[in-house]
Structures are given as C-alpha cells and as structure tokens.
Design a protein around this ligand. Structure first.
Ligand code: PMP
Length: 406
C-alpha cells in the first residue's frame, strides 16, 4: 500500500487513533511522507526535501545494499537468537573488535532505551548500589528507569531520589577539574538521599542539551571520578555513534575514554530497529549470576544483517572521514553566513543557536530543507543529516539557509 497522494483525512484520523500530544508531529503543517532515497525525502504533494535531520538513515535513505540484505534474509529465515546462526556472532565480533580492549561482550536489543536500561540493571547488580548520575537536559530513553535519567523531558519535580544531575559542559573553561567537582557534588547528593553511585551515563554529543563539544579532560573527569567513587561509566552512543563525529567510529574514542558500557542504537540498522550494549565479560558474568536477559527480537538474523551491512557501507564508503570533512565544510560555511551566532558540533552533528529556531526550521522547510531543534527551550537548530552528504548537499543546504534568513 503506497500512499502517494495527499490524504486530507490522515491528520484527523491520526489524532483520533494515536492521540495528539502522545504522538507529536514535526511542523505546523506536518509532512505526509512517501519515500526516501539517499539524502532526499519525498512527500505526497510531489515535493522533495533535503534531509538535514535524520541520523537513523545513516548511509542514506533506502540504501540498496541494506534493503537487499534485509529482504534477502527475511525471505530465508528470521527468528529469535536462541539458535546458532552466524549473523549474530559476526555482528558481535565486528562490534567488539571496534571497541577498546576489555569491552569484549555484546548483547542485542531493539532500541537505545532497552540497551541503556540493561546497562542500568547490570550496574546495580555489579556495584550493589542504586544511584545514577546524568547530565542536565539529557535524554536516555523511554523505559521507567531511562525516562527518569532523561532530565530533558522528565519533570524535575518528580525526579526520583536515586537520580542526581551534573551540569553539562557549556563553556571552554569546563575542564576535568570542573567535571570532577560536579560528579563529586552529585554523588554527595545521592548519598544524602540514601543512595550511592552505581552508574554515570552520558550522551557523548550532549545532543538534547544543545549539541555541545566538551573538552577531552571534561569527559575524562566524568569517567575517572565516577570510577574512583566506585561507579561504572556508560557512554551512550545512540546518537553519537557510527561515525557521526567524523574522527572515529565511536565518539567516546575522540575523548580517549574507556567506558564500562557502550550503548548503540538509532543508525545501527539504517532504519531497521536494532540496538546493542557492549560491556566487559566480568560485568556480564556478575549479572547472569543473579539475573537473566533475553529479548525476543534482539539479535535476530534480519536485524543483524542490516547492522552488518551498515558497518560495511560505512567502511567501504569511508563515511567516518567524509563526515569529518563534509561537517567541517558545513560548519565553516555556516560560520561565514552567521558570524554572530554560535555554531557548535563536530562532524555531521551541528548546532546553531539562534532566537526563533522553531520558526526558522519552518522557513527552512518552506525552502526544501528539513532540520530539527534541540537544547534549552528548543533554541538550537539541530543539523544531523545522513553521512552520505557531499559538498553538493552542503551547497544546497547553505543556499536554502541563506534564503530562509530572508
Ligand atoms: N539515548 C540517546 C542519546 C538518544 O538520543 C535516544 C533516542 N533519541 C535514546 C537513548 C533512546 O533510544 P530509542 O528511542 O531507540 O529507545
């Protein structure tokens, strides 16, 4: 069933069946989308939009290799991972090989939320503690535990006492000493409330805080102080991972970190739902002594072949380096265009802080480009396109940006 003409009843029916605020849409006049191809999204009114927002189709919309791999495997076999099958083994081997030494064990899930939730369960078992430290304006997921870590969306007045918050790094002076002091203060708050630190979780790009580019020593300060306090350290790479930062496959590598947990999701299957938690064997073993984990869909052969193909394409097309180069060009052009506005980010994860960001995103849409907004009050334009962008897409984007400025 391909809905390729605008359906005037769809919005009303959607609200009736899905609720309004429960299932929000982008844009005042929501887009009825029909298909995606490479950097483009096509809508039912016959227009096409340059996608400068969606990180999930990391190798481009409907990438032929991914589509073919998924459909071939779906035609052969799909079932849960409690049978011996090569795809899940090969994917785990590839992911583990891409990680620092010691991160030798991989578990599969279907969403970033589930991967973070499992890390939290493991951290509690291993440390025997039940406190968490997260950044302000963070987002880590939809389960009860990870929603409480999501200081961006969870009501502060309802925050459980086992969650303490540190201020995200917003200034060049936010160094390792500042990070250590913030972690120690958050831990003291946990202890006052009768808890102690099991897990410090951090999104390596601080996406929901407005796309921040912390100093290496700030990130190391978070990790080392959490560890010194007997806690474990989670690098949430759900947004940051798979080459977005343009230097390494994983953003935490840029900072020289060696996390106890790494979680992956979003772009991992180029749109197919697949996620993973990577940790050390002794953590996994301590967990399985007292608890167990099984996900029906986690690690199924179709999801694994999607993820394997994404890794292949990233490697074969050199997308990590390209993200770095194209991202640097994008930031450079934007800085020249709006010299008085803060332009932040690294690789193809760029934030532009500007008054009226939501209105500007609407105008960009009118000029054929899709972006998002993030940060405090949604005041930061979120530019996070598929990694297949070239100078041609940057030029289109910048031209539309210029026209939208009026
Ligand atoms: N962590 C981060 C940093 C995220 O951005 C998200 C999703 N926006 C999640 C976790 C949760 O992932 P999912 O929506 O796949 O559950």
């Amino acid at each position: 069933r391909v809905a390729s003409v605008p359906d005037p009843t769809l919005l009303v029916r959607r609200k009736a069946a899905l609720g309004g605020e429960l299932s929000p849409l982008f844009y005042r006049r929501p887009l009825q989308v029909v298909r995606g191809q490479g950097p483009w999204i096509h809508t039912a009114d016959g227009r096409r939009y340059l996608d400068a927002y969606n990180n999930v189709p990391v190798v481009g919309h409907a990438h032929p290799a991914v589509v073919q791999a998924i459909s071939r495997q779906a035609a052969v076999l799909n079932l849960n991972s409690r049978y011996l099958h090569p795809h899940v083994v090969e994917l785990a081997e590839r992911l583990v090989a891409s990680m620092p030494d010691g991160l030798d064990t991989c578990v599969f899930a279907n969403s970033g939320s589930e991967a973070n939730d499992l890390a939290w369960r493991m951290a509690r078992v291993v440390t025997g503690r039940d406190g968490a430290i997260v950044a302000d304006l963070a987002y880590h997921g939809v389960s009860e535990a990870t929603a409480a870590f999501s200081t961006n969306t969870y009501p502060a007045s309802a925050r459980p006492s086992h969650v303490a918050v540190f201020e995200a790094p917003r200034n060049a002076e936010d160094d390792g000493i500042a990070a250590a002091a913030r972690v120690r203060a958050a831990r003291a708050a946990l202890r006052t409330a009768g808890h102690d630190l099991a897990l410090l979780a951090v999104d390596s790009v601080f996406s929901s805080a407005g796309i921040l580019t912390p100093r290496n020593d700030f990130m190391q300060g978070l990790q080392d102080t959490a560890r010194a306090a007997g806690g474990l350290f989670l690098a949430d790479e759900v947004q940051a991972g798979f080459g977005r930062g343009g230097r390494n496959l994983w953003r935490f590598q840029d900072f020289g970190l060696t996390p106890d947990f790494v979680t992956l999701g979003k772009p991992m299957g180029n749109g197919h739902p697949v996620a993973a938690l990577i940790t050390r064997r002794e953590i996994a073993d301590a967990f399985t002594e007292v608890d167990e984990y099984f996900s029906t869909f986690g690690g199924n052969p179709v999801s694994c072949v999607a993820a394997l193909t994404v890794l292949d394409v990233i490697e074969e097309s050199g997308l990590v380096a390209r993200s770095g180069e194209v991202g640097a060009e994008l930031r450079g052009r934007l800085e020249a265009l709006v010299p008085d506005l803060p332009v932040r980010g690294q690789g193809l994860m760029v934030g532009v802080e500007l008054a009226g960001a939501a209105d500007f995103a609407e105008r960009l849409r009118d000029h054929g480009v899709l972006v998002g907004t993030t940060g405090p009050g949604g005041g930061v334009l979120k530019i996070r396109p598929p990694l297949i962008w070239t100078a041609a897409e940057v030029a289109r984007f910048v031209a539309a940006f210029q026209r939208a400025m009026g």
